[in-house]
Design a protein around this ligand. Structure first.
Ligand code: MN
Ligand code: MN
Length: 365
């Protein structure tokens, strides 16, 4: 059994949980090494306190599951079989009943909950999510190497994007040039839908790129990430196209100052709240507190948003191996939208910045 499964089973023992049944592709991948996006079909991993685990996957993926290194039982079902009948058989070979079963309460749907309840009619169900989030929060050396590679490609994407800025180009034209360049480097998937936002659009933290044409005097905001070996990166840079006004410049300088201070404060032993507040106070002192409407950042890994959550109320203490973003922003409607985002890893004595594209204001002529 791998180390991650061992940690899960020792948690199960300590909490008197007999079975954990996971169905999110991220957690199944983290624990089994098998990655599959099954769409509406069932993917599952059953872990038992006292017996061997099994993986459930669509029949056509059985060989991929074996190739991924999973050497325990695989329940592979065809499109005309009911996977729950096969699961029921495998479970009854292992145990008669369970008092406590852990599932992903936020992820599991009602139909699957009814199926699993029928298998364990006297069980109480508890959430496995918090435990999995904590396990995934501390990255090992292999994970860090992959994330660093994803971050280097994110830097490259920004470099391409900045070069593509030309008078009259649309947001979507620049976006497609960035993704085309990445595909030529072998990147098959982005962490989320790439954002290239200009002018008034950049003043929405989660705007949608469209047919807006870039004009002189605009700020252009890029927010993107690439997935490498199932791990995500996430970077934001904002650049100026032509000369910008004093207000835009002041907003940029404020965001940069806040971002640099929060990066500087990141080290083991400091709470997430302290890091968020380091940036938030600088923005508030400059008079833009109401225009920074989101948390400072988020953990990053197999999911683009995971633990730790960098909020002003999270008293979680940073530890070596945690990977997260620092991304303060100021969004003033009709004036400017600026966000600067880096990915960091906490080291034994401080933090390494994994995204390295320059942050000083760049004015594209
Ligand atoms: Mn981002
Ligand atoms: Mn982010």
């Amino acid at each position: 059994m791998n180390q991650r499964l061992e940690k899960l089973t020792s948690w199960m023992k300590n909490n008197d949980i007999q079975v954990t049944f996971l169905t999110s592709l991220e957690n199944v991948y983290y624990l089994s090494g098998f990655y599959s996006n099954p769409h509406e079909r069932l993917l599952g991993l059953a872990v038992f306190q006292e017996s061997e685990p099994f993986l459930v996957c669509p029949g056509m993926e059985k060989h991929d599951a074996k190739r991924s290194g999973w050497d325990q039982e695989i329940i592979a079902y065809s499109d005309i079989q009911d996977p729950w009948e096969l699961i029921s058989k495998s479970i009854s070979g292992r145990m008669n009943s369970a008092a406590k079963v852990a599932v992903e309460k936020e992820h599991m749907n009602v139909e699957r909950y009814e199926k699993i309840s029928a298998l364990f009619p006297s069980a109480s169900f508890i959430s496995a999510e918090e435990k999995l989030r904590k396990l995934r929060m501390i990255k090992d050396a292999r994970e860090l190497k992959i994330i660093q590679e994803a971050c280097s490609l994110a830097d490259y994407a920004i470099e391409v994007g900045v070069q593509e800025i030309k008078e009259g180009r649309t947001e979507l034209e620049i976006l497609s040039a960035v993704e085309f360049a990445l595909k030529k480097k072998g990147v098959t998937e982005m962490s989320f839908a790439t954002m290239v936002l200009t002018g008034a659009n950049a003043a929405s933290p989660h705007g949608n790129p469209g047919m807006t044409k870039i004009q002189k005097g605009d700020l252009v905001l890029f927010d993107l990430g690439v997935v490498i070996d199932r791990y995500c990166s996430d970077i934001t840079r904002t650049v100026a196209f032509g000369d910008i006004n004093d207000k835009q410049k002041e907003i940029y300088d404020t965001v940069l100052k806040a971002q640099l201070a929060a990066v500087e404060a990141s080290r083991p032993g400091v709470t997430c709240a302290e890091i968020d507040l380091t940036a938030r106070r600088i923005i508030a002192d400059a008079g833009y507190g109401d225009y920074f409407p989101h948390r400072l950042g988020h953990g990053l890994g197999i999911s683009v948003h995971e633990y730790p959550s960098m909020t002003e109320t999270n008293e979680l203490v940073l530890e070596e191996g945690m990977v997260f973003t620092i991304e303060p922003g100021i969004y003033v409607p009709n004036v400017a939208g600026v966000r600067i985002e880096d990915d960091l890893v906490i080291t034994s004595s401080g933090a390494d910045i994994l995204t390295k594209f320059p942050k000083e204001l760049q004015i594209i002529k």
